[in-house]
Design a protein around this ligand. Structure first.
Ligand SMILES: NC(=O)c1ccc[n+]([C@@H]2O[C@H](COP(=O)([O-])OP(=O)(O)OC[C@H]3O[C@@H](n4cnc5c(N)ncnc54)[C@H](O)[C@@H]3O)[C@@H](O)[C@H]2O)c1
Length: 315
């Protein structure tokens, strides 16, 4: 099945990998991104290089906070589906600048939903996050668990995005899946995330700053599995659903360091620092709903994924 697909955040980690994958089949794709300064613009420009060679791809620089820009894009491109990934990502910086996180992640999402209404486009996939579960103690995390207790502005902004998506489903019968990604890693991973930071530190024989005692744990999801979940959603998009996308396995931070040591063939020098505000203790996805609704089946375990990631490093 091929589609006309509009991707926001298309120069970012997940967005650029998604675009490359969508262009492997006959899809027509338009991407937008404002090259937000959260990390270096040159990394994002590099992410776009392969896709820009494809005549079925159109890319425009612009900001989702600008409703006229979004409206113009949708009017000219006329997509069937929007995959909305653009956001201020990252938990810790959201505590420093919560207004900016809400402007982009909430008002930006609202701008897209309004432009969809105006242009009679009614299908969207929204990038939500496992962070909405806060410090949920019941594992694995299920979509039916209560998510009224976020512990960072970023998490609250993602929950607010889900609420807006439901509102537009309810009012205008939009088909929307909110995908809760669990810590994504792989080629082009954001520089602020642990696997990227730790791997680079190891390769350069630098000290690793480890927040907490190493016992916090994450369900790490390989980028190809996330792409599989997104394309499965494109092909099964009906109604409003919230769906977890994780590996449904969990590894502690200290064991993650051991895996990285094994495949970089380096010994870590660790500096322990206090746990940071906003960081959750654990994440662990129940993926039974994803299996049922979108035939999601993660393929890449952490050991294989880390080896692939190390091979992909260019910077
Ligand atoms: N990577 C993860 O582990 C993870 C986990 C859960 C959820 N998510 C969500 O997935 C999505 C993609 O994340 P990512 O890791 O690829 O992050 P990323 O920062 O690499 O990509 C996000 C992109 O959005 C762009 N952007 C930011 N503000 C914008 C604006 N105002 N207008 C237009 N573009 C803007 C950025 O320039 C960036 O290229 C985000 O919504 C993020 O919250 C990611």
């Amino acid at each position: 099945m091929t589609h006309r697909i509009f991707v926001t955040g298309a120069a970012g980690f997940i967005g650029s990998n998604l675009v490359d994958s969508l262009l492997k089949t006959e899809n027509q794709v338009m991407g937008i991104d404002n090259f937000d300064s959260f990390y270096d613009r040159t990394i994002k420009e590099h992410n776009l290089i392969e896709a820009l060679k494809n005549p079925r791809y159109r890319f425009t620089e612009g900001d989702i906070r600008d409703p006229l820009f979004i409206d113009d894009c949708l009017t000219s491109f006329r997509p069937e589906i929007i995959i909305h990934l653009a956001a201020k990502a990252g938990v810790r910086p959201s505590i420093i600048d919560p207004q900016e996180y809400f402007n982009v992640n909430v008002t930006g999402t609202l701008n897209i939903l309004e432009a969809m209404k105006k242009n009679s486009i009614n299908k969207m996939i929204f990038a939500s996050s496992s962070s909405v579960y806060g410090n949920n103690t019941k594992v694995p995390f299920s979509e039916t668990d209560n998510v009224d207790y976020p512990i960072s502005p970023y998490a609250a902004s993602k929950k607010a995005g889900e609420l807006l998506c439901h509102t537009y489903h309810s009012l205008y019968r939009f088909d929307i899946f909110c995908l809760r990604f669990f810590t994504v890693y792989g080629s082009r991973q954001r520089p602020d995330l642990a696997i990227n930071k730790f791997t680079r530190a190891l390769l350069k024989d630098e000290q690793i700053l480890l927040y907490g005692d190493g016992s916090t744990s994450r369900d790490y999801t390989y980028i190809d599995d996330i792409i599989q979940g997104i394309t499965g959603s494109v092909n099964n998009l009906k109604g409003y659903e919230i769906i977890n996308l994780g590996e449904s396995k969990t590894i502690s931070l200290i064991n993650l360091v051991s895996v990285l040591e094994k495949y970089t063939k380096k010994k870590a020098r660790l500096k322990y620092l206090p746990m940071q505000d906003g960081d959750v203790i654990q994440t662990f996805a129940d993926i039974s709903k994803a299996k049922k609704l979108i035939n999601y089946m993660p393929q890449v375990d952490i050991e294989t994924g880390i080896q692939n990631y190390i091979k992909s490093l260019e910077y």
